[in-house]
Design a protein around this ligand. Structure first.
Ligand code: FES
Length: 185
């Protein structure tokens, strides 16, 4: 039979052990919660490649008058074209009534920079990439771009003039960062 002093020691041991178990459980929960929170915070920060895709910077200094280049923005083709004075005049001569999707060249370019025509290279019919940006490609009946899949012809302001495409080539959001650099997006 246990003496009174032995019984007291057993109770104290029991209390101490329970306290330790409780403290250990709380500490473990704290570590667990921390471990869960970190990946969630990491997931909420956009990765570097996602940020890079949201805008594209283009050096336009090497695009001579009459030339165009193909680039891309958010995985879509983009045409950047340096219109000649004759192409600008041709676009400005077209009566609005002749246009399926009535926009002036000025509506589709920046003030004072009407020679820089920047559009998505995506036909508004079914999404093919039209010809006309690369040297020697067919520019269609109106001197702009030509989509051969079902024959959509775009003029020198990349406006739809003939064929099944319902609307003009889309002008993406962009700004001139300097006279020679354009940022799309
Ligand atoms: S996708 Fe261009 S004409 Fe059909």
């Amino acid at each position: 039979m246990a003496s009174e002093s032995e019984a007291t020691a057993t109770i104290e041991d029991g209390v101490r052990r329970r306290d330790f178990i409780n403290i250990a459980a709380v500490s473990f929960a704290g570590v667990g919660a921390g471990a869960v929170v970190l990946p969630l915070v990491a997931q909420m920060n956009p990765s570097a490649d996602v940020l890079a895709l949201s805008s594209t910077e283009i050096d336009i200094s090497a695009i001579a008058s009459g030339q165009a280049i193909k680039t891309s923005w958010r995985k879509q083709p983009v045409f950047v074209r340096n219109l000649t004075p004759a192409e600008i005049e041709e676009a400005n001569r077209v009566p609005m009534g002749d246009l399926r999707d009535a926009e002036t060249l000025a509506d589709r370019t920046k003030p004072g920079k009407e020679n820089w025509l920047i559009t998505l290279g995506v036909c508004t019919h079914l999404g093919c990439v039209p010809l006309g940006a690369a040297e020697g490609e067919n520019r269609g009946d109106f001197g702009g771009y030509f989509c051969p899949c079902h024959g959509s012809h775009y003029d020198t302001a990349a406006r739809i003039r003939k064929g099944p495409a319902p609307t003009n080539l889309v002008v993406p959001p962009y700004d001139f960062t300097s006279d020679t650099v354009v940022t799309i997006g």
